[in-house]
Design a protein around this ligand. Structure first.
Ligand SMILES: N[C@@H](CCC(=O)N[C@@H](CS)C(=O)NCC(=O)O)C(=O)O
Length: 214
């Protein structure tokens, strides 16, 4: 298996697929293509028909888009989704909600692992996105999280979906209280998240448009 990803500091969609693959126990070759520099579009298109990362290539079979990659990995490793049908439906619902929404949070608080932008990025719309995410985290932890520290107990695609939010909350100094706060600590302490963060900090490229606050 090969996984094509972008900059670890910035590419939130790449993180979702990479973390699902790591947590699913897959062995894969990682091909990192720094984004928005001369040649990067051509390099991505040589692997990914959408021209976007992440893109998974499994013995020559190509799957693009983080949502589809997660589902593909879960077909091979069912532990990436809850075993109970109801919990599995909600895991997919919150993953889809993350995939399709939270545009205000995304645009004003883009993932930027190595920066400290505490206090920046807030607006009423961003704060409403944050409140909804915190509500999702609290609800999943309360209803489905009794068997472990993640949203549905053990690690699932839903945790991979929210992993970039954990880095955003760290960068922008968002500190939820209670169960959501404990869950944030769990995600940030995940060894694969720490590995990703260390690699992000070691990267040398910068994307000026993503470094919103200096
Ligand atoms: N919906 C897609 C979004 C992928 C996406 O937007 N990837 C960005 C990087 S995080 C990208 O490839 N940008 C490069 C470009 O647009 O040229 C997914 O979930 O995989």
């Amino acid at each position: 298996m090969k996984l094509i990803i972008g900059n670890k500091n910035y590419s939130s969609w790449s993180l979702r697929a990479w973390l699902a693959a790591r947590e699913g126990g897959f062995t894969f070759e990682e091909i990192r293509i720094p984004l928005f520099i001369p040649g990067s579009r051509e390099r991505i298109l040589s692997h990914s028909p959408s021209g976007k990362v992440p893109c998974l290539i499994d013995h020559g079979f190509t799957v693009w888009d983080s949502l589809a990659i997660g589902e593909y990995l879960a077909e091979k490793q069912p532990a990436l989704l809850p075993s109970d049908p109801g919990a599995r439906a909600i895991a997919r619902a919150v993953t889809a909600e993350m995939h399709a929404g939270f545009h205000n949070l995304r645009s004003r608080m883009p993932m930027n692992v190595r920066k400290d932008y505490a206090g920046f990025g807030h607006s009423p719309e961003v704060d409403a996105d944050i409140a909804r995410i915190v509500a999702i985290w609290n609800d999943c932890r309360a209803r489905f999280g009794s068997e472990g520290p993640y949203l549905f107990g053990s690690f699932s695609l839903a945790d991979a979906a929210f992993a970039p939010v954990a880095f955003r909350f760290q960068t922008y100094g968002v500190k939820p209280e209670g169960a959501a706060g404990e869950y944030l600590t769990t995600l940030l302490a995940n060894p694969h998240m720490q590995e990703w963060a260390a690699a992000a900090r070691a990267e040398t490229e910068s994307i000026a448009e993503e470094d919103l606050y200096g």
